[in-house]
Design a protein around this ligand. Structure first.
Ligand SMILES: Cc1ncc(COP(=O)(O)O)c(C=O)c1O
Length: 274
């Protein structure tokens, strides 16, 4: 089915955070002449398939509490297999209303107050805010940038920092927002190894993983060996790929049963269990 990417859809008079100037100016010290390029929200209409499915729901007209059924899980499993070549075990998928809320629940589940949590800056702002809001300590490793604006890491330095600051959790953005790096398998394994060696939980936010350009090849954390998978959590969502951010649907994938039960207990606390 062809999609018309040239159609210009005006959203300025809608309640879109991206386009509502009163809203976004308040975030940026009321500066004038700002461009609405500050949020990963596209101006494309949802595809016909999505529109048709939603129209069915609108025609039905009842929007009560819904359970997560096999149609939902199968869609996630199928899409992941198609894109990343590995099969997510159904049990490992935990629906959560948004990755940012999930990062907060993850912090609350696996770390304690004053624990150190590492991020790789510059990175998506809510990671740092969530760590601070939950009264954990932010440990920032500054990514290295060369003259061609290519970002990389010095793994020895990363590990040194992990040890020095007694880091308990790493929040990793893969692919990385905003530096645009699609991490190689080797880079991903290096970080995963550092985490494993130092008893650090690895949280891998893969929300941008379907939007890969050029010769880059995305490697999911789920493509790695079981020993890494069992020490990690993948955060994923349909919101960027299909421009559905307002739906607030994300999927948290936790392979290890004990880690998964802990997260589910937090979900139960907030009454979010599917
Ligand atoms: C790296 C990253 N994680 C998470 C989000 C937001 O996720 P959600 O809307 O599911 O909270 C974004 C949005 O831009 C993002 O760039």
């Amino acid at each position: 089915m062809k999609y018309n990417f040239d159609e210009i859809i005006k959203r300025s008079k809608t309640n879109s955070k991206k386009w509502n100037s009163t809203y976004y100016k308040s975030l940026f010290n009321n500066q004038e002449d700002l461009l609405s390029m500050w949020i990963a929200d596209m101006d494309f209409r949802a595809s016909d398939g999505i529109q048709n499915r939603l129209k069915k729901l609108i025609d039905f007209g009842v929007y009560g509490y819904g359970a997560i059924d096999d149609e939902y899980y199968n869609a996630i499993i199928r899409w992941n297999k198609f894109r990343n070549g590995w099969e997510v075990p159904k049990d490992a998928i935990i629906y959560t209303p948004g990755i940012v809320p999930a990062v907060n629940y993850i912090l609350q589940t696996y770390t304690n107050q004053d624990d150190s949590v590492m991020i790789f800056s510059p990175v998506y702002g809510p990671f740092k805010r969530s760590i601070i809001n939950n009264k954990r300590k932010v440990v920032e490793y500054s990514l290295l940038k060369d003259e061609e604006n290519y970002y990389s890491m010095d793994f020895e330095e990363v590990e040194k920092l992990v040890k020095e600051k007694d880091v308990k959790m790493v929040i990793f953005c893969s692919p990385h927002n905003p530096v645009g790096r699609v991490w190689t398998k080797e880079e991903l394994e290096n970080i995963a190894d550092i985490c494993l060696r130092n008893n650090v939980l690895m949280v891998c936010d893969e929300i941008h993983s379907d939007l890969i350009f050029g010769d880059n090849k995305f490697v999911s954390y789920g493509n790695l060996d079981e020993k890494y998978r069992n020490n990690g959590i993948i955060c994923n969502a349909v919101s960027k790929t299909f421009n559905l951010a307002g739906m607030q649907v994300s999927n948290i994938i936790i392979f290890d049963k004990i880690l998964r039960e802990k997260y589910k207990n937090t979900m139960a606390l907030y009454n979010i269990l599917a």
